[in-house]
Design a protein around this ligand. Structure first.
Ligand code: Q46
Ligand code: ZN
Ligand code: ZN
Length: 331
């Protein structure tokens, strides 16, 4: 049996990118060290700050919340019920269970109950891919919840693999504006709060292992609406490279952060926002409602749409293959 590099006890995980194996205890310490390094290197927040963790019920955000609490940070959770069928039911249940078992503060927003729509309906009503309406709603609600409850910073569970996939896509298109915004911390600006990604030095597999070792139940299924999402293809390509050369994903993304630091833009330019005339949130849409309020009025007026009707033929075939369902036969 392989041994832990630090103490020689039996190892529970092999990390090819570190060319080493670790026992549970030393793996936990390694993860905490990597998170703390990201927080300190980018001055994300301090121990005095009040932190709001956007939790989806997936492994990354729950692991992040767990790690922050373990390191003594003041961190509460924010969960948004997106109304994506059973996926949302299960993720909400697991987030509530995580918070109540540990006595942590959890803020919840239910899109359907509070804003009159859900993501499948928003996708249909706006005729755009679900992730576009979803991303817009989440950005708005994260910001407004952090502001309303007086948090200093909002943190998300984006990991090294997520960020490397985004970097890969931005590089393939040489999208300089997006490349500049890939800093793991964005300072508060123009009425928008500070945002940070403390897991940028940790991989997806490491976060799954964290949850297993710490006994955290998380929603294992990917969001069904993500099928066909371009990021997944970039992730798969990088995973292929990683299996042949362990560590290549980390050197790609962390090397970018190190070498490109001078061009990274830690502040987002919102050119003098005004207050949305409906909800008061900062927006660049002068004399108009913000993008979220416009989404609400389009989506809430639409009849509710079940998840499966939003998935197009190609996605539904993949969905059926993945989940063993028969949505293809029902229309
Ligand atoms: S929840 Fe929403 Fe994600 Fe589902 S609809 Fe897309 S953006 S994939 S992180
Ligand atoms: Zn050890
Ligand atoms: Zn608004």
């Amino acid at each position: 049996m392989s041994k832990c590099r630090a103490c020689g006890e039996p190892a529970v995980i092999d990390l090819a990118r570190h060319n080493a194996n670790f026992c549970a205890d030393h793996f936990i310490r390694l993860c905490l060290r990597q998170m703390t390094r990201a927080i300190d290197d980018f001055s994300m927040f301090s121990r005095e700050d009040r932190i709001l963790v956007a939790v989806s019920g997936g492994k990354d955000s729950l692991a992040l919340w767990d790690m922050l609490i373990m390191e003594g940070y003041h961190a509460a959770g924010l969960y948004i019920g997106l109304g994506i069928g059973e996926y949302s039911d299960e993720s909400g249940r697991l987030v509530r269970q995580f918070a109540s078992e540990r006595g942590l503060t959890l803020h919840e927003i239910d899109l359907r109950a509070e804003h009159g729509f859900d993501i499948p309906t928003a996708a249909k009503a706006t005729r755009r891919v679900p992730c576009s309406a979803c991303g817009l709603a989440k950005r708005h609600l994260f910001d407004s919840a952090a502001r309303e409850h007086g948090y200093d910073v909002l943190v998300t569970g984006h990991n090294l693999d997520d960020e490397a996939a985004v970097l890969f896509g931005n590089t393939l298109r040489w999208d300089v504006e997006y490349l500049r915004r890939q800093a793991p911390v964005l300072a508060a600006s123009g009425g928008f709060g500070r945002k940070a990604k403390p897991l940028v030095r940790l991989t997806e597999r490491e976060m799954a292992a964290w949850c297993v070792i710490r006994g955290i139940d998380y929603v294992v299924e990917e969001c069904p609406m993500a099928l066909g999402n371009r990021h997944l293809a970039y992730k798969e390509s990088l995973a292929g490279l990683e299996s042949r050369s362990p560590g290549v994903t980390a050197s790609f993304f962390l090397g970018f952060l190190e070498r490109m630091a001078p061009i990274l833009d830690a502040g987002v330019d919102h050119d003098d926002p005004v207050a949305c005339r409906q909800c008061g949130a900062p927006t660049s849409a002068v004399d108009e409602s913000c993008a979220f309020c416009r989404l609400v009025s389009t989506a809430a007026a639409h009849e509710p749409v079940p998840v499966r009707l939003v998935l197009d033929r190609r996605r539904r075939k993949a969905f059926d293959e993945q989940w063993g369902t028969t949505t293809m036969e029902t229309t």
